[in-house]
Design a protein around this ligand. Structure first.
Ligand SMILES: *[C@@H]1O[C@H](CO)[C@@H](O)[C@H](O)[C@H]1NC(C)=O
Ligand SMILES: *[C@@H]1O[C@H](CO)[C@@H](O)[C@H](O)[C@H]1NC(C)=O
Ligand SMILES: *[C@@H]1O[C@H](CO)[C@@H](O)[C@H](O)[C@H]1NC(C)=O
Ligand SMILES: *[C@@H]1O[C@H](CO)[C@@H](O)[C@H](O)[C@H]1NC(C)=O
Ligand SMILES: *[C@@H]1O[C@H](CO)[C@@H](O)[C@H](O)[C@H]1NC(C)=O
Length: 621
């Protein structure tokens, strides 16, 4: 009897253990949703998209990894630290983060491991330095990378600070994170920056393609008609419509290319690779995003609904953007881009076998699409196309007279693209609808659905969801900077120099590379009786990007010298800024500086050390 009882008991134990294993396997997988990898350039609307996704139940969207597109609106060092801080705020230090890499593409088109994606594929050589062929359409200063890198100066005052940070040699690369995430199981990929990283991944890892379930892209314009730059009804006859009616949104260079949207334009060849990858694709182009404005009603409703840190962060970001908008047309020109894509995608994914892409937020339609990578006539060798020019065999085995063999837009206002008294004729990066064979059927969001609630002042269904999701109590942020460090005070520290005899007055003009910071420390340590450091001028045309000015403020704060004024210099070398739109320009000289290790990535982060400086209350705005 005793023996039998013991046996029974053991049997029960065994079953219990088995049951528990079953529960932990099935229970776990049962509640885990689609594994998602997000590739982003960390623009402000990318932040909205990321936070929206983090707020959704992981049983629906299980965000596994964030990789950073370094070939777009932000710079690697600033972008990666912002991702780390946002994930920390949201309690998600488990999510892998990848950025950069030092690999290159050899002349025989071999893609080396860990290409950093800093350059469009057409200009990618051996290293991270190179020409800004497409990226020169993005402003480097205000309204562009300076604002995005620092999130309008506001990121540093708000986001808490976690343990994870960029650190040279230890930082996982974008390609590594893509490989690890996608080889671990079926993955849905969200692309909301340029498509460089993911195209490189697909070309280097064809065996992993089977694990990519679906690709969602925010980008392109197919039948879109740009609502900006139109002449109002009561306009004077002299009013010249600008982008009005264009497919694209290259607001800095629409006179040469009215067709392209930024994400696709940053690397048309990469976009072509992704579109033709045979993986099912859903795209949320300008066609749809042009129909969902951040209007006054939305911003006012948002202002009254900031019940979580993440809602606060998004609202305050939007508010700064509105307050610093270059004209009074913010409410008519700021759309929901990446966040709208994340909402549509999540809604599509909620339903199984949803091949028509039914969702709450947008009307969908299949359209056959291609991506224009070069301009007709094909097969000309005019020096604009490194895939063909100067080598016996075209790179990547491309066809001599094929679609990639024409003129490739070389720069802003490329003379080839300019038509006298007419619309520009370059189509690089145009996601073009095609009726004849050759296109790829892609599920396209064509317009935003109106709010079903007619008594609400919000006009779009997604606007309601966006505010609801950001404000819900589940999966909420833990704190912001001031609640993480309750003893932190925004104080200005100034030395008491009364009664001192001042030595030589000095103005220090620096470019924010690591050596310059050492010199600055040295100058600050000298007795004011010898050297009186009156002012610092920061030049963003050297080894660091403009947003790194925060490091100068922080260093001065640490040294108790918040009294020293700091001025930010011109974003371009002499004669490099565009004559029509001075916020953009060429990189003739700065193109020799590596963007990865030892270059911008390391100087923008002071080799990872900038984050340990105390935070100065001084910021760019
Ligand atoms: C690429 O550059 C590295 C470092 O400059 C050099 O060691 C290597 O030989 C180069 N490879 C090719 C194929 O040019
Ligand atoms: C951080 O959150 C607290 C509490 O919600 C708020 O009072 C404070 O203004 C926030 N800090 C910043 C910098 O916005
Ligand atoms: C897209 O192209 C395929 C074949 O290339 C064709 O069968 C299909 O009808 C086209 N779809 C549309 C919507 O034009
Ligand atoms: C519709 O909107 C109004 C005004 O915002 C709100 O009071 C009402 O609860 C909403 N109705 C539904 C069904 O959500
Ligand atoms: C800049 O351009 C102007 C005219 O376009 C020219 O006169 C001047 O010499 C140029 N300066 C430099 C430094 O190249």
């Amino acid at each position: 009897m005793k023996e039998k009882e013991a046996m029974l008991f053991l049997g029960f134990l065994g079953k219990a253990v088995l049951m528990m294993t079953v529960i932990s396997i099935f229970g776990w997988n049962g509640v885990k949703g689609h594994r998602v990898l997000l590739d982003t350039d960390m623009g402000t609307d990318d932040i909205f998209a990321l936070l929206y996704l983090l707020k959704l139940n992981p049983s629906q969207i299980d965000l596994q990894a964030v990789t950073i597109s370094t070939n777009a609106w932000s710079d690697a060092g600033h972008a990666v630290n912002q991702v780390y801080d946002i994930l920390y705020m949201m309690g998600r230090d488990d999510i892998a983060v990848g950025v950069g890499g030092e690999g290159g593409i050899l002349p025989d088109s071999t893609i080396l491991p860990n290409v950093g994606g800093y350059l469009p594929m057409i200009d990618q050589g051996n290293g991270t330095a190179g020409y800004c062929r497409y990226r020169q359409t993005i402003p480097v200063g205000h309204g562009g990378r300076l604002d995005i890198d620092s999130n309008y100066g506001f990121r540093k005052s708000f986001l808490p600070q976690g343990m994870r940070t960029y650190s040279p040699l230890r930082q996982p690369t974008a390609q590594k994170v893509m490989i690890e995430t996608i080889s671990a199981g079926p993955t849905v990929v969200f692309l909301i920056g340029s498509l460089t990283n993911f195209a490189l991944f697909l070309l280097s890892n064809p065996h992993l393609k089977k694990n990519v379930e679906h690709i969602y892209i925010m980008g392109g314009g197919i039948r879109s008609k740009n609502p900006k730059g139109c002449c109002p009804d009561n306009a004077s006859p002299s009013c010249q419509p600008q982008q009005c009616g264009d497919h694209g949104n290259l607001f800095t260079d629409f006179s040469s290319n009215p067709y392209a949207e930024f994400n696709i334009f940053m690397d048309p060849f990469a976009a072509y690779q992704v579109i033709y990858s045979d993986i099912p694709i859903t795209i949320v182009p300008l066609d749809a995003t042009n129909t969902i404005l951040v209007n006054k009603n939305f911003l006012e409703t948002f202002e009254k609904n900031q019940h979580t840190y993440e809602a606060q962060y998004c609202f305050k970001s939007l508010k700064i953007i509105r307050d610093t908008w270059f004209d009074d047309q913010f409410y008519r020109s700021y759309f929901m881009w990446d966040s709208f894509m994340s909402g549509i995608s999540a809604s599509i994914m909620r339903k199984q076998h949803n091949h028509q892409g039914e969702n709450e937020f947008a009307e969908m339609e299949y359209i056959n699409v291609t991506v224009v990578t070069s301009n007709k006539p094909y097969g000309v060798s005019d020096g604009s196309n490194p895939f063909f020019d100067g080598s016996k065999t075209p790179r990547f085995n491309l066809e001599r007279n094929g679609v990639h063999s024409g003129h490739v837009q070389t720069r802003l206002r490329d003379p080839f693209c300019i038509v006298k008294n007419g619309r520009g004729r370059c189509q690089d990066g145009y996601t073009k609808g095609v009726n004849k064979p050759g296109g790829v059927p892609v599920l396209v969001a064509v317009r935003a659905k109106p709010n079903r609630n007619a008594s609400s002042i919000l006009d779009r269904e997604f606007s309601v969801s966006f505010l609801d999701v950001l404000n819900q109590a589940e999966h909420t942020g833990r704190f912001n900077f001031t609640t993480q460090f309750p003893y932190y005070r925004e104080a200005f520290y100034k030395p008491d120099l009364r009664g001192k005899n001042f030595g030589k007055n000095l103005v220090f003009d620096m470019d924010m590379s690591a050596g310059d910071f050492l010199s600055l420390f040295y100058l600050l340590k000298l007795p004011v009786e010898d050297i009186n450091l009156k002012a610092i001028i920061v030049s963003p045309t050297g080894w660091a990007n403009a947003a790194t000015i925060d490091c100068v403020y922080d260093l001065l704060h640490m040294m108790g010298r918040d009294d020293i004024p700091v001025g930010l210099g011109d974003g371009f070398a002499m004669n490099q800024s565009d004559t029509v739109f001075s916020a953009v320009g060429d990189c003739r000289y700065s193109k020799v500086i590596p963007q990865g290790s030892g270059g911008y990535l390391d100087s923008d982060t002071l080799y990872g050390l900038a984050r340990s400086l105390p935070r100065s209350p001084r910021r760019i705005y």
